[in-house]
Design a protein around this ligand. Structure first.
Ligand code: MN
Length: 260
């Protein structure tokens, strides 16, 4: 297998090294990762400045861009062939529930999916990141990568994998959980007397729903959620169906007589 490995914590991150090492048993691993941390950058693509890729050794590139840039540039610019798999991680921190919309780790797997390459994002759902926890994550990432190599993935589908701290009990197939928003914004004064704000200071809370990623990880299981990029809410069709007729005749009062 030819495997492209990236992350959003930056090329120096210990999680990336463990992941790349673990996957080397399956084939050739090429690391293309951001040259610094780009966590919570989501699916950002650099369009208005050039990108540089610094070769840091054999099959190892540091890019001054986002995780999405790394996958895009890796596939189209640095590799001479399409990889069999893209693996992103191991992220330092969970990517669960609604939070994965912010995630650069998950977005890298999204980008690979858009390019028709099977992909998975791997995150360590822990508050502290011990070498041993990363090793468990790497071992399970390699097992799952081998399964993807053997069976492939359903069309337009990638895997969001979250690994608990400690030795996992096994793996559970899960659905995306729900965040409980208790986000606090810190308001403070800087040394020059100006007000500043800092987002994300609140406690991270999730609904403890059976069958979700959060539920599995909290109980010591590896969570594997199959995701796709179609954000359409099909259940909403029924409620919105009459809009297409009604909107034709709906005209705000102030607009009447002005539309020719
Ligand atoms: Mn990160």
């Amino acid at each position: 297998m030819l495997i492209l490995v990236t992350n959003d914590d930056g090329i120096q991150s210990p999680g990336l090294h463990v992941l790349a090492d673990a996957l080397r048993g399956l084939g050739r691993v090429v690391v293309v990762a951001p040259d610094r941390e780009r966590s919570a950058i989501s699916h950002a693509l650099t369009l208005h400045s050039p990108l540089r890729a610094a070769e840091q050794g054999a099959d190892r590139w540091a890019v001054d861009g986002t995780p999405t840039d790394c996958v895009n540039l890796g596939i189209h610019g640095l590799l001479r062939e399409k990889p069999d798999l893209v693996v992103s991680g191991i992220n330092q921190g969970a990517n669960l529930g609604d939070d994965l919309t912010y995630s650069g780790t998950v977005a890298a797997a999204m980008e690979a999916t858009l390019m028709g390459v099977p992909a998975m994002a791997v995150s360590l759902a822990a508050d502290r990141f011990s070498g041993e926890d990363f090793l468990w994550g790497g071992r399970w990432a390699a097992r799952l990568a081998a399964m993807v190599g053997k069976h492939g993935l359903p069309a337009d589908t990638f895997l969001n994998v979250n690994v608990p701290a400690g030795q996992p009990l096994g793996m559970k197939l899960t659905r995306q959980g729900k965040r409980r928003y208790a986000d606090a914004v810190v308001r403070n004064t800087d040394p020059r007397g100006r007000t500043y704000y800092w987002i994300g200071a609140g406690q991270l809370l999730f609904h403890d729903l059976e069958g979700t990623d959060v539920h599995a990880v909290d109980r010591g299981w590896i969570s594997v959620t199959p995701l796709h990029l179609d954000l359409t809410n099909y259940a909403a069709f029924e409620r919105l169906r009459h809009w297409d007729d009604e909107v034709l005749h709906a005209e705000p009062d102030e607009m009447k007589g002005r539309v020719e």
